[in-house]
Write a protein that binds this ligand. Structure first.
Ligand code: SF4
Ligand code: MSK
Length: 647
């Protein structure tokens, strides 16, 4: 229930969310916004990172009068250990997602795919080529089996460095070697990091933090990259697709099914099954005209990128979607699904269905997804949702009439194709546009939404500022959804919002100025794009030399901490709109915000205000341009015969 004194219009930026918060208020529904208000005097020991509950002599809290915990750990050790544990959790989340997909690929290769198949053979051959797997005289299944086994070894390898690191530019690999942060197998790295942070093990904040960067590489270049590679093989490499975003996409007269979470296996099957003749027939018999599938968070991004399934909203709209009263079923898998959903759903007819045994929620219906009978599992859920349509109470339904059209699906392959066509697909035109100054730089804006600020405001204000300054924006996760709702993912946004140079490039290529590259694990696509730019030439030979910055404006999850770390370890400066919980240790803060610059050529920066953040980003990009000697705009010149002769 909303509380007295809570200024609803200060909580959310988009009108659809605002309307639903007002409805929540009228209907006395508890939401995360009211709960944030209750929690908002947050514990200083937690927010500064100096609370330790790693052993049962504690918990201990560091203060000026008590500078050490019972075991003798000081603020540096405690803050660094807490930080590393966040990176471990984020890395584990992305990597476990990747592992499931590799296991599915292996089953397909063994003829036990359960309805899944190799959808994108080119993606399979590309991956085989990347990992030097011979493909001659082999069936696709044989290639897939070799690839699956190689990728499974990436999780379990005890003594060999990750092979996926070799996908980075050569000099980048050298930087990791010099700093001794090349990860071994993903599982080993995660176990080792948990061991290091046990009481009485690693007490050097510097050593612990270096391990955080090493662990994060096992995410960005390991688990997340693997998830991306295998998703493309199983479900198709994304290419530009039209769709729409925001709660207004919910149907007034069809059962609404929302998928929410991160793993694409079930949602992919649902996207396929909505057009199944059996489901059409079932819907018709129930007197409805089919079903409306949509998504929240990154499961949404996965099926948006490949099927154009619309986005109902981002992380902080999950409760608001139910409050429309028009959702028959919300299907949740893993990560970012609030435990409050069944409580909100109690006031409506929405069924909350959890689908994986590692993620159960009290009050939800638990129907584990049977991946070996995926189509049947997906259809059973759709039929349940159709059955539930009759329980919708029209008097409780309010669907905000607000949504924006968008174009998503910008994988690296798609960008290359758009830049150069089928026969000359390459990043050359992008590099040339950066060198000539028409595009000043590339900014990856990623991550979540967070009730600590007005939801979406930082993301949207920053995006607008950067577009004016000719920055090409790459987006993933909920930050991309915010841009979708704001109309920034339309090609026309280039005409309306971009600076002259960026507008010219977007018009010529036919792309929006903000490119939606996918889900949280697809942040590895941003690293892939950065690698393409380096390898294309003319902009230095490490990622840290590129005029490129990463931003996590409204982040909240441990996954975002891991993402930030692997961006910095890969040479991309990262601007945070929310600070880390590290201010209790000057040494840890200094290491993350300054010293890493000497190690990796990039560091973290915290800016609470989006306009200040845009200035910081422009300064970082201008410095990179100056160092590359491309800080003067080069006018495009038409060559006459004299020039040609001179050439
Ligand atoms: Fe306290 Fe040390 Fe135990 Fe942490 S590990 S709770 S600082 S005694
Ligand atoms: S869903 S991790 S709130 S981006 Fe990937 Fe959004 Fe952040 Fe979850």
């Amino acid at each position: 229930m909303e509380k007295e004194g809570l200024q609803i219009d200060q909580l959310v930026y988009d009108q659809a969310s605002l309307e639903m918060l007002e409805k929540a208020n009228r209907e006395s529904i508890d939401t995360c916004f009211a709960r944030y208000d209750t929690q908002k005097n947050q514990c200083k020991f937690g927010t500064t990172g100096v609370c330790c509950r790693i052993c049962h002599m504690g918990p201990c809290r560091i203060t000026p009068k008590a500078p050490r915990g019972i075991c003798g750990a000081d603020a540096d050790t405690i803050v660094a250990r807490n930080y590393l544990r966040e990176v471990v959790s984020g890395t584990a989340a992305h990597s476990d997602h990747g592992r499931h997909l590799v296991l599915r690929l292996k089953k397909i290769a063994e003829g036990k795919g359960g309805g899944y198949e190799i959808k994108d053979k080119q993606a399979l051959y590309r991956a085989a080529n990347d990992f030097h797997i011979p493909i001659e005289n082999k069936t696709d299944e044989e290639i897939a089996l070799d690839l699956a086994n190689l990728l499974l070894d990436e999780f379990t390898s005890q003594e060999e460095k990750l092979k996926t690191l070799k996908l980075a530019p050569l000099t980048q690999q050298g930087i990791w070697k010099t700093n001794n942060i090349e990860p071994l197998g993903i599982d080993r790295v995660i176990v080792e990091a948990m061991h290091r942070t046990h009481i009485g093990v690693d007490h050097s904040y510097r050593n612990i933090l270096l391990n955080a960067f090493k662990t994060s590489l096992a995410d960005g270049w390991g688990g997340s990259r693997i998830a991306m590679i295998v998703s493309d093989i199983l479900f198709g490499t994304p290419s530009p697709v039209r769709s729409a975003a925001n709660l207004g996409i919910l149907s007034k007269d069809k059962p609404n099914i929302i998928v929410h979470g991160h793993e694409p296996e079930l949602s992919e099957m649902l996207a396929i099954s909505i057009n199944d003749p059996d489901i059409r027939k079932y819907a018709k018999a129930a007197g409805v005209k089919g079903v409306q599938l949509s998504g929240i968070c990154c499961t949404a991004n996965e099926i948006l990128m490949r099927h154009g399934i619309p986005l109902a909203g981002s992380f902080l709209q999950q409760e608001l979607a139910i409050i429309t009263g028009a959702v028959e079923m919300m299907i949740i898998d893993v990560q970012c699904c609030m435990p409050s959903l069944p409580e909100v759903a109690k006031s409506y007819h929405t069924e909350i269905v959890s689908t994986t045994d590692i993620a159960m929620t009290e009050g939800a219906i638990h129907m584990p997804f049977d991946e070996d009978n995926a189509l049947a599992s997906a259809k059973a859920l759709l039929k349940m949702a159709i059955d539930n349509y009759k329980n919708r109470s029209p008097e409780k339904v309010t669907i905000p009439d607000i949504s924006s059209p968008l174009v998503a699906g910008f994988s690296v392959e798609a960008i290359k194709y758009m830049l150069g066509g089928r026969y000359r697909a390459s990043f050359r035109p992008l590099n040339d546009a950066i060198i000539s100054g028409r595009i000043k730089g590339i900014v990856g804006i990623v991550g979540c939404t967070n009730p600590k600020g007005k939801v979406d405001e930082y993301i949207n204000v920053l995006t607008r500022e950067l577009l004016k300054q000719d920055m090409l924006i790459l987006k993933t996760g909920c930050a991309a959804i915010a841009s979708g709702k704001e109309g920034m993912l339309r090609p026309e946004a280039a005409l309306e919002k971009a600076g002259k140079g960026l507008r010219e490039v977007c018009e010529a290529v036919g792309i929006p100025p903000v490119l939606h590259m996918g889900s949280c694990v697809d942040n590895s696509r941003i690293l892939e794009a950065a690698t393409e730019v380096v390898n294309e030439g003319g902009l230095g030979d490490t990622i840290s030399q590129l005029p490129a910055v990463g931003v996590a404006p409204e982040w909240m999850s441990e996954k975002a901490v891991a993402i930030g770390c692997y961006f910095v370890a890969s040479g991309v400066d990262v601007v945070l709109g929310q600070p880390f919980h590290v201010s209790g240790s000057e040494n840890v803060s200094n290491f993350l915000h300054n010293e890493t610059k000497n190690l990796f050529g990039a560091s973290f920066h915290y800016e609470a205000d989006p306009i200040q953040a845009s200035k910081k980003i422009i300064a970082i990009i201008n410095e990179a341009r100056k160092n590359l000697g491309i800080d003067k705009n080069i006018e495009r010149k038409l060559f006459d015969m004299k020039d040609r002769r001179e050439l």
